[in-house]
Design a protein around this ligand. Structure first.
Ligand SMILES: [Zn+2]
Length: 499
């Protein structure tokens, strides 16, 4: 085979794979935004066929031979193509071990699960979702065995979301966090508490939607390529770098829920929109990993938007849209209310100090579910017990407990730890960024361009060209170090609570 022909075949293959991805993501996006509630049967049928076609297109011997041929000529290839082959060979080896009928059955199961989860959540009844979740857990364990038979199942799943992450590395990370955050939380709880009741003042949803548009402007989200929708659980989906959709959820009595969701999802969107053009339609044209993705969304949400300079800048806009709520609020009180720490039931409403504890609960439960030492039937009870132990809160029902997140319905075992890792990466990025630019001077003016330009240069544009650990070294000059995160939290919250 001629090398040039093989390279062309490789590019065509990736473009076709991307077309399947696009179609399937669009069907998923429709299912959670516009589709009527009882439409999952037909959708499951279509998704089954598309996933089968995609599996056949990629997980076959000819593709294996093509990749092996190209890998043997690696020295003659450009950097990007060589990197594509590295990733594709890995994916090919994993997917080839998954029998096509199981792959299709799994796709259908996940389609059904999404609907079941939402019904169970609305009825606050775990029993509706339990049989489906049992099948997903069993499937996930089986897939883990196909992906990396030499690894423990949960390690194999963790590696899907954050390359190199293992139970050993995460146990160490979380125990470091626990050792620092639980005493910090105790000191905060012993300090005079902040009145944050202003956060619950009723805010008409029509005006919250105007605020969403304003926030998207502040973040320079180009509306030609980025749109916002509404879903039960906010998320971002990228069809390609010129078509990114974010979603939010509006609550009349919780303006900041949507505000922070929009900024969080906007952070994910900017990552995708800023990926280099030449990576489009290849396996590298997306974020480096889930944790790096969360580092971007959580950077904008927590480090930028939960800062005094940003809230001081935002206050006049809040006064304009909700004069009845904010006319008599000063910036310092708004900031203190927004960052006030309160152990609570809901992850996505959690403050920065208790958030990692919400993740820790999920990490420990996943580890045991996939490891086989916890049954799905016992999951709600264990969830409630750990919330009591780590956060000191009593879980009143499944809706606000074990059913609150969509991730397990999506089969995403191994994803949750990436939120805590992402937060920690973000703090290290901030330290490096502050050496280069005046982060707070710009933020105080509502100018997020310098921050975005820095992230684009160091992270966004590279897509998956580098593995997460290498990307961190290139962006910050040193390997990942969770001390940056711990110091960031300690310094910020010691000042807020005058500890
Ligand atoms: Zn996110």
């Amino acid at each position: 085979m001629e090398l040039q022909t093989a390279v062309e075949q490789l590019k065509t293959l990736q473009a076709k794979m991307h077309a399947y991805y696009h179609a399937m993501e669009l069907i998923f996006y429709d299912s959670v935004t516009a589709a009527p509630p009882e439409t999952d049967v037909g959708r499951g049928h279509t998704m089954g066929i598309l996933s089968e076609e995609r599996h056949k297109l990629f997980a076959n011997e000819q593709v294996g031979e093509l990749l092996a041929y190209l890998a043997s000529h690696k020295g003659e290839l450009d950097k990007q193509t060589a990197r594509e082959i590295e990733e594709l060979q890995r994916d090919h080896a994993m997917l080839s071990r998954v029998p096509v009928e199981e792959y299709v059955a799994y796709t259908r199961l996940l389609n059904e699960a999404d609907n079941k989860w939402l019904k169970a959540k609305n009825a606050s009844d775990f029993a509706i979702f339990q049989p489906c979740l049992e099948k997903i857990v069993a499937f996930s364990r089986k897939l883990a065995g196909y992906y990396a038979p030499e690894k423990k199942p949960y390690d194999a799943l963790l590696d899907q979301y954050e390359r190199g992450a293992t139970m050993e590395s995460l146990d160490q990370f979380f125990s470091q966090l626990k050792a620092e955050l639980i005493p910090l939380l105790e000191r905060i709880e012993a300090a005079p508490q902040i009145d944050n009741s202003l956060l619950q003042r009723p805010s008409p949803i029509e005006r919250q939607k105007q605020l969403t548009q304003y926030l998207m402007d502040i973040m320079s989200l180009d509306r030609r390529y980025a749109a916002v929708g509404e879903t039960e659980h906010p998320f971002t989906v990228e069809f390609n770098k010129y078509d990114v959709r974010i979603t939010t959820h509006y609550y009349e009595d919780n303006l900041f829920s949507s505000l922070f969701s929009v900024i969080h999802e906007g952070g994910h969107a900017l990552y995708e929109l800023n990926t280099a053009d030449e990576l489009m339609y290849t396996c590298l044209g997306e974020g480096a990993s889930s944790a790096i993705h969360e580092s971007q969304s959580r950077f904008y949400e927590n480090i930028i938007a939960r800062s005094e300079p940003f809230l001081r800048f935002l206050l006049p806009k809040l006064c304009e849209l909700f004069p009845e709520n904010y006319a008599n609020v000063d910036a310092e009180n708004l900031y203190r209310a927004v960052v006030s720490v309160r152990p609570s039931l809901t992850r996505i409403e959690a403050d920065e100090i208790t958030y990692p504890l919400h993740i820790l609960v999920r990490y420990e439960l996943e580890k045991r579910l996939i490891g086989g030492s916890l049954s799905v039937a016992d999951l709600p009870g264990e969830w409630n017990r750990l919330y009591q132990e780590y956060l000191g809160v009593e879980v009143p029902d499944d809706r606000r407990g074990v059913l609150q997140d969509v991730h397990w319905a999506g089969g995403s075992f191994g994803y949750f730890p990436t939120y805590a890792l992402g937060s920690a990466y973000g703090a290290q990025f901030l330290a490096a960024m502050q050496r280069d630019i005046d982060v707070w001077g710009a933020t105080a003016k509502g100018d997020l361009q310098p921050v975005t330009a820095w992230l684009k240069e160091k992270i966004h544009r590279h897509g998956r060209m580098q593995l997460p650990a290498d990307l961190i070294v290139h962006a910050t000059g040193e390997p990942f170090d969770p001390r940056y995160y711990i110091e960031y939290l300690k310094e910020k919250y010691a000042a807020v609570y005058q500890l």
